[in-house]
Every structure is written in C-alpha cells, then in structure tokens.
Write a protein that binds this ligand. Structure first.
Ligand code: NAP
Ligand code: HSE
Length: 338
C-alpha cells in the first residue's frame, strides 16, 4: 500500500461532506493500493461542531498544522487566502483539487500555467456534481462549439422555483442559505457573479483559454418579484437565470441575465438547486446535461471523483490549447430578457 497524505482546507458545507464521502468510499480507495492519510482539516473555528460522519477527522485553525501533503483539497473559497495556501503546493509540482470558481475565474493569470500542466482538478467548481468540466476537457475536445446556454447557479434556481410556488424572494433566499447552497456573501449568487465565474471557466475550456473575466456581462435575480415569476408560469413559461456563450460578430460574448423560457425548453425543467446546460457543437451535435448544481454531497461527489481520478493516475482539467473562432455564419438562440 502507498500512503497518500491529503490536506483539506475548509470543513464547511463542502468540506464536511467530502470527509463523509471519503469515509464511505474508503474500500474503493484502498482497492487502488492507497492508504489515505488525512491531515488536520483547516477551518476558522476548530471548536465548531461539524456535520460529518467521518470518525477520525481532526480540525485546526493553524495552516502550519496541515503540514506537507501529497494532494491539497481547497474548499475554503474566496480569492486571497485560498490562493496563498494553494500556491506553494502548485509551485512544488503537486496537484490541487478545488471547488473555487471565484478564484479560478478571477486569478486565472496565476493559475492558468498550473492548469495547463494538469495540476488543477476543478470538476466541482461548475455545476457541482454534474460532470460538465470533464465533458468539455475530454469528450467535447473534438468538437467546435457553436453556442452554449446554462443554468449555473443553484441558489438562484432554488429561489425562482420557490417563488413559482408562492414564496417571496427574501424568504426563498434564507431557505437556500440554510440548505448550504449560497455563497458567502450571497450577493455573489443573486447578482449573477457566481454564475459569471462559472461561465467564464466554461468559455476558457470550450473556446479560448485566455477568455477575459472582465469581458463578462452579468445581471442577477435580485429585485425580481414573485409576481413576475408567477406571471410567466401563468403563460406556460418560466423565469430562469441563464448564462450564454454565443458568437456575436466575430467574437465570443458571455452574459448572465434572467430570461423567460418556454416551459418546453431543455433548460426550463431544471428546478430547485439543479443546474442544466445545452451545448451545440459541429461534430457533437446538441448535448444536454442536467443535475445537482449546489449542496454539500453533490459537490463532494465531484471533489472525491477528482481525487480518485488523480489516484488512478489521471491529470487535472486543462484549458483549450487553441482558440475556437466565433462563427460569423451562425445565428445563436435569442431569449426574452426580464
Ligand atoms: P462554507 O460552508 O462557508 O465553508 C468554508 C469553510 O472554510 C469553513 O469550514 C470555514 O471555517 C473555512 N474557512 C473559510 N475561510 C477560512 C480561512 N481564512 N482560514 C481557515 N478556514 C477558513 O463554504 P462551502 O459552501 O463549503 O464552499 C466552499 C467552496 O466550495 C467555495 O469555494 C464555494 O464557492 C465552493 N462550492 C460550494 C458549493 C455549495 O453548494 N456549497 C458548491 C460548489 C462549490 P469555519 O467552518 O470554522 O467557519
Ligand atoms: N452558490 C453556488 C450556487 C454553489 O448556488 O450555485 C454551487 O457552486
């Protein structure tokens, strides 16, 4: 058996469920010939009770106590300390697994070379447990994208679904926070920034490794009333927060905004915290993926999946090597904006 020591930064919604799932999947990991050793888990408050069933995990608020590890799981979020803690591991040539789309989107200038070397695994960062990142960095590499449209934020989708049922915005947001779906602060969700982070990463994998975060247009659902959402339903439609990557002239345009979809649209059936994506490509044709988009265990499933992929000898997720030109002879789908 080979001993692999893993460091886990963060023991919140995602980190606690990662610990639970690592314990549940211990036989599978041992079958790979790996004796997994978990370093003390880094948290802010080491005395806080943790909702994990892992029997032996310990917690620390001292980054030094994590010590040297073979693989680092970054699950604290944010764009400053997460980067500071992750960089020495990347610089030492070691792999990092992260769910942190904000960091990937906004500090790509620093992270891109490590991603190009296959040192960063980030399936959980976009659509949580729904495997869109591995699809784009593997199967869909043979196809040129025409356009994509996606529901990329579980919190907003949950709020919109609850508003359809009669809840008001503030009440639905509180519920989403209690379920562990929302960012800290939730403004990132409801103002469209979090789905913007995810759309930016999709663009870097699908069309251009140098896609600029500053070029995104983002508008969220804050300010939408229950009446607007329910009026759409009364007309056989649904309000959804959709991120789109489309050709506009000869350039790729990425935008997030609330739109009205026909109930039969492939994105319209995703309710609660679920996410969905529709991709149109030349060789691939049309692909629709739908699944869990937020929440502790669905996100942990992608993190532990990435860890197992690494233990099996696979490299991390790499950006596109050459840009895909935005086609001038293609007319993308247009939605009515709210
Ligand atoms: P969370 O519940 O707030 O957990 C964050 C954890 O990090 C907590 O354990 C916190 O410690 C610890 N932490 C935060 N700042 C720290 C610092 N400066 N030093 C040491 N520990 C620190 O957040 P989460 O929902 O698990 O999200 C974690 C990451 O996953 C984020 O990047 C998020 O965007 C991403 N993500 C979340 C979901 C989801 O559905 N929740 C889905 C996909 C991706 P304390 O517990 O002591 O406060
Ligand atoms: N806050 C995010 C969401 C978590 O609601 O989609 C998953 O990335």
């Amino acid at each position: 058996m080979k001993t692999v020591r893993i460091g886990i930064l963060g023991g919140g919604t995602v980190g606690s469920n990662v610990l639970t799932l690592l314990h549940q999947r211990r036989d599978l990991i041992e079958a790979l010939g790996v004796n997994l050793q978990i370093a003390p888990v880094l948290v802010k408050n080491a005395k806080k009770p943790r909702p994990t069933t892992h029997p032996t995990a310990t917690f620390t608020s001292d980054p030094q106590s994590v010590g040297a590890v073979d693989v680092l799981l970054e699950l604290i979020g944010g764009t400053t300390q997460a980067l500071e803690l992750m960089l020495p591991h990347l610089q030492a040539g070691k792999p990092v697994i992260t769910a942190n789309k904000a960091l990937l989107a906004e500090r790509w200038d620093i992270l891109k070379p490590y991603a190009q070397r296959g040192q960063i695994f980030f399936e959980a960062a976009v659509m949580a447990g729904t495997p869109v990142i591995t699809s784009l960095t593997c199967t869909l590499r043979s196809s040129e994208l025409f356009e994509l449209h996606a529901i990329l934020n579980g919190t907003c989708n949950y709020i919109l679904s609850r508003m359809e049922e009669g809840a008001e915005y503030a009440e639905a947001l509180e519920e989403a926070q209690a379920k562990g779906y929302a960012e800290d602060p939730p403004d990132l969700d409801v103002n469209g920034i979090d789905p913007g982070h995810k759309l930016c990463m999709l663009a870097r994998l699908a069309v251009d490794a140098d896609f600029k975060w500053a070029s995104l247009e983002m508008r969220g659902i804050a300010g939408l009333t229950g009446a607007t959402v329910r009026e759409a339903v009364a007309h056989g439609k649904r309000v959804k927060l959709v991120g789109s990557l489309v050709p506009e002239g000869a350039v790729w345009k990425a935008k997030v905004r609330p739109v009205i979809l026909d109930a039969a649209h492939p994105l319209a059936g995703s309710t609660a915290s679920r996410n969905a994506i529709v991709l149109h490509g030349d060789a691939s044709g049309t692909i629709v993926l739908q699944g869990g988009g937020a929440g502790g265990m669905v996100t942990a499933s992608a993190i532990v999946g990435d860890l197992i992929a690494h233990l099996e000898g696979n490299l991390g997720h790499t950006p596109r090597a050459t840009p895909t030109p935005a086609r001038t002879d293609y007319t993308p789908e247009v939605f009515e904006e709210v």
